[in-house]
Design a protein around this ligand. Sequence first.
Ligand code: NAP
Length: 305
Amino acid sequence: MSSTWHILGAGSLGSLWACRLARAGKAVRLILRDGQRLQAYQQVGGLTLVEQDQPRHYAIPAETAQARGPIHRLLLACKAYDAAPAIASVAPRLVEGAEVLLLQNGLGSQDEVADLVPRARCIFTSSTEGAFRDGEWQVRFAGHGYNWLGDPGNPALPAWFDDLQQAGIPAEWSLDILTRLWRKLALNCAINPLTVLHDCQNGGLLGHLDEVEALCAELARLLRQCGQPEAAHELDAEVQRVILATAANYSSMYQDVRAGRRTEVHYLLGHACRAAGRHGLQLPRLERLLQRLVDSLRVRGLPCD
Ligand code: NAP
């Protein structure tokens, strides 16, 4: 197996991973959207990572999906709604047994990807790191956090796992990655849509704790029904802790809506409501929340899927 890290998507997280791996001397190749994006990138000659206000340039090679070389290891670093078309664009280049790391938030996109590349090993990731683009081909490392990686179908630690530590990417191999992803999804469902609907920072939800609590009760029922009792454990208390600890922050969904960007609602609250439907579970508050959110996105002219 080649040790090259192909990274599809030079956005916030993709660039953050690419720069740290390149800095540690790992072979990295970016896969950009099309020839036009590649040309624009080549004019700049690399990515810039800003850490503690210090910008540093990394001349990382790039190509498009149509390039010829085989791909042994791929970091899929696009949004959840782009994951299926993105993996389809490189699927013919994946070698037998290729490993695909999925950085997408929420749930649902991982299965869409796995269905398209049945012979690849799909590794799911849950990240609490924070980064945002503050210029073309420039990303700012905004929040230190952690990454949990895991493969629900195979507990074996991947051979390249040490690369992450060498690159300063804080990561742990998780044997319960689905529990982590469900828990994060539930936290997101209890906080993010309400910040959009009440037009507030996370701390603004302290004035709506009854609503938050009622949502947590439905989310906990859903998690238990989906075979994730651990993800349901003391959900309400953790949601309140997160609201307090991040009181001054705007949620990612709030920021997306404010900036007129498409949200990942389909893979977050949308996924929760679809899962409830599949289990025949009536969760009226969650369904009503999704409807209110979809209405609000429509009014703003944003996609609601
Ligand atoms: P982002 O900044 O929007 O970056 C996504 C990148 O994917 C963009 O550069 C986009 O290209 C590229 N892309 C999409 N389709 C492509 C294709 N077919 N071929 C090549 N490139 C393609 O997104 P992000 O913030 O890094 O988020 C990625 C995922 O990580 C999301 O699910 C997010 O929820 C999750 N996450 C993000 C953070 C964070 O702090 N940013 C933290 C935790 C989790 P263009 O530039 O050409 O549009």
